[in-house]
Design a binder for this molecule. Structure first.
Ligand code: HSE
Length: 305
């Protein structure tokens, strides 16, 4: 086998209270990445989408992640990468992570799996570092592991997989761009103890809610008193989307990753559809273009197709 194709899914990171430590893989949307081995050394990259991403491997997230893996193997041959992105860069649903995670999983399969999932996350983090200037894994880890994961510690990559009950996820992606590096730069370096107590109570509540399939507890715990009050100001319609979604029965939600996408979790498909129509009507009134997704938890992460 000298070529492989994978689909690499979008991910929801943070899940409100779990800034930088929680992330969930989605069924849709996903990028398609093809990796072809070649005798000549080096990485060449071709995009078959319209996003104009760099094809220089040193400036491309997938290129940097793959190079980190090749360096660790002292790999002397080369690869060609063909990327079809369906997850718009800067959307807040893990576009950069899908590139980095997809390429390392594809290469691992092509090379007969020399690495564990945890090692793959560490290579992919090199790509994420290029994208956001920070080494967080809350999009990468769920993209590679599938489902919901907790990154208890980024240094040792202590990654814990958490079971979830069936969930329907509605996402609206307003067509504005918020760079993750900017959305991180506006956050406080220190937080009051009072806020920290509320936040970690909600993280514990959220994890318990998922593990016990307690939908009401999940809903009560989807709160963020630290990051959301600051970042939500960058997203027109945020308060209204939240209010209307809860009114029609969503469990809760907030900013997806660093935004601008917003997400809502629902127990049933019919509520998730009502949430989608509320979201659409709010953004139609605002006159801002958008894209919506109605999806579920992606249990498999990156998959060979
Ligand atoms: N946890 C990250 C953040 C996700 O919110 O900045 C974005 O990559």
């Amino acid at each position: 086998m000298n070529s492989i194709k994978v689909k690499s899914p979008a991910t929801l990171s943070n899940l409100c209270c779990g800034f930088d430590i929680l992330g969930m893989a989605l069924k849709d949307p996903f990028d398609i990445i093809e990796l072809i081995s070649k005798e000549e050394p080096g990485i060449s990259i071709k995009h078959i989408d319209g996003y104009g991403l760099p094809s220089d491997p040193k400036e491309n997230i997938a290129g940097v992640a793959l190079q980190a893996m090749m360096d660790s193997l002292h790999y002397t041959k080369g690869f060609e990468i063909i990327i079809e992105k369906n997850i718009k860069p800067g959307s807040g649903i893990g576009s950069s992570a899908a590139s980095a995670a997809g390429i390392v999983v594809a290469a691992n399969e092509l090379l007969n799996r020399p690495f564990t999932k945890q090692q793959l996350v560490s290579f992919a983090m090199e790509g994420e570092l290029l994208a956001s200037g920070s080494r967080h894994a809350d999009n990468l880890a769920p993209c590679i592991y599938g489902g919901l994961v907790l990154i208890r510690d980024t240094q040792t990559l202590d990654i814990i997989e958490i079971k979830t009950p069936p969930l329907f996820i509605t996402i609206i992606h307003p067509q504005i761009e918020i760079k993750t590096s900017y959305a991180r730069s506006i956050l406080p370096k220190d937080i009051p103890l009072k806020s920290a107590v509320i936040q970690w109570a909600n993280v514990a509540g959220l994890i318990s809610g998922f593990l016990c399939s307690d939908y009401q507890l999940i809903g009560r715990s989807l709160q963020d008193v630290i990051v959301e009050p600051i970042r939500s100001k960058l997203i027109p319609g945020f308060d209204e989307v939240k209010k209307k979604s809860l009114e029609v029965g969503a469990l809760g939600g907030g900013i997806s990753g660093s935004g601008p996408s917003l997400f809502m979790l629902s127990e049933t498909l019919s509520v998730a559809k009502q949430v989608e129509s509320e979201m659409k009507s709010i953004y139609n009134n605002l006159g801002i273009d958008y894209k919506t997704y109605l999806t579920e938890v992606g249990q498999n992460g990156v998959e060979v197709i």
